[in-house]
Design a protein around this ligand. Structure first.
Ligand code: NAP
Length: 289
């Protein structure tokens, strides 16, 4: 634990709830390693207090902060500049102070892509299939486009929500590559994809024995495919166990969590950050829980 002094600069995360967040563990480990006079704090902010909280940060000299549920979209109108990743996703998870006011971006996109970049693939030939159409799915769609995927498929269980999701990309560069499918089309879709991504919370602890895929549908997955679960606890999830038993390459949500945090810290500090230290701190923290 670094010593907090009168000079200590403030970083943090706002959310409601925020108690579950692992970001303080990851970020403070990096700050301590760098020996910097900064601290990263959890700020529980009720939705009705969002504007007041940001005004308070302005007044108290907070350098920057992460944003988690339910504020990721609601924070946008309170920013003076929204960077392209946040604009496309429609949500910001990282905010920093500038002379002209708060700037915001979405480092979930960068975090999501990081472990995929480490796997050699011609992404222009990969047609990813994304399960779910919630907040995280939006960052995943943008990430897949950034990787170079020319067609991106999203499957969801509610037709109306699926159509709303599709509509929300209208007039963006993502409208063309994106297509949506209903859940009952999964057997065929899963057999066709080279990269299957779970963005639903199905299988997250304590419901660890659940998977978004039935045993029959999981059997459709190609052994050459990548299976990526955004969930980081348990490791591996039931979904990733199914994929592993098919011979697929599996990725869990820990690296995304670390890399989105590293990208945020780099923005705040404007210097390289110790990703290995952040990864280790997360692993130790997850090991304890
Ligand atoms: P969200 O906005 O609530 O979206 C969840 C999505 O999952 C919705 O589309 C929902 O559809 C769908 N879903 C829920 N239960 C389902 C079921 N039984 N069958 C099919 N679809 C179902 O949540 P989120 O913020 O996107 O987060 C999703 C997951 O990603 C969470 O587990 C979260 O921890 C994880 N995540 C990880 C990272 C990371 O850094 N690793 C970052 C962000 C999120 P309906 O609306 O129809 O229910």
């Amino acid at each position: 634990m670094q010593l907090i002094r009168g000079t200590t600069q403030l970083l943090g995360i706002i959310g409601h709830p925020v108690e579950h967040s692992l970001s303080p563990v990851i970020q403070n480990a990096a700050l301590a390693h760098l020996g910097l006079d900064y601290v990263y704090l959890p700020f529980p902010v009720h939705p009705e207090n969002l504007e007041k909280a940001i005004a308070g940060f302005e007044a108290t000299g907070v350098v920057g902060f992460n944003v988690t549920l339910p504020h990721k979209a609601e924070v946008l109108p309170l920013l003076s500049q929204i960077w392209p990743a946040a604009q496309l996703v429609g949500a910001a998870n990282t905010v920093w102070r500038t002379e002209a006011g708060w700037n915001g971006t979405n480092t979930d996109v960068e975090g999501f892509i990081a472990p995929l970049k480490a796997i050699h693939r011609d992404w222009s030939q990969v047609v990813p299939l994304i399960l779910g159409y919630g907040g995280a799915a939006r960052a995943v769609v943008v990430g897949c486009a950034e990787l170079g995927c020319r067609e991106i498929r999203v499957a969801g269980r509610d037709r109306e929500k699926l159509e709303n999701f599709e509509q929300s990309w209208k007039n963006t560069p993502l409208a063309d590559p994106l297509s949506v499918y209903s859940w009952d089309e999964l057997p065929e879709l899963v057999s066709q994809t080279q990269c299957l991504i779970n963005t639903t919370p199905v299988g997250m602890a304590p419901h660890s024995n659940c998977s978004p895929l039935s045993a029959e549908v999981a059997e459709c997955l190609s052994p050459d495919a990548i299976a990526y679960d955004l969930i980081y606890t348990p490791r591996p999830t039931q979904f990733l166990q199914q994929a592993r038993s098919r011979g697929a390459t599996i990725i869990d949500g820990t690296e995304m969590l670390v890399q989105q945090g590293a990208a945020a810290l780099q923005i705040w500090l404007q210097q390289p950050v110790p990703v290995d230290v952040m990864r280790q701190a997360l692993k130790e923290s997850l090991g304890k829980s």
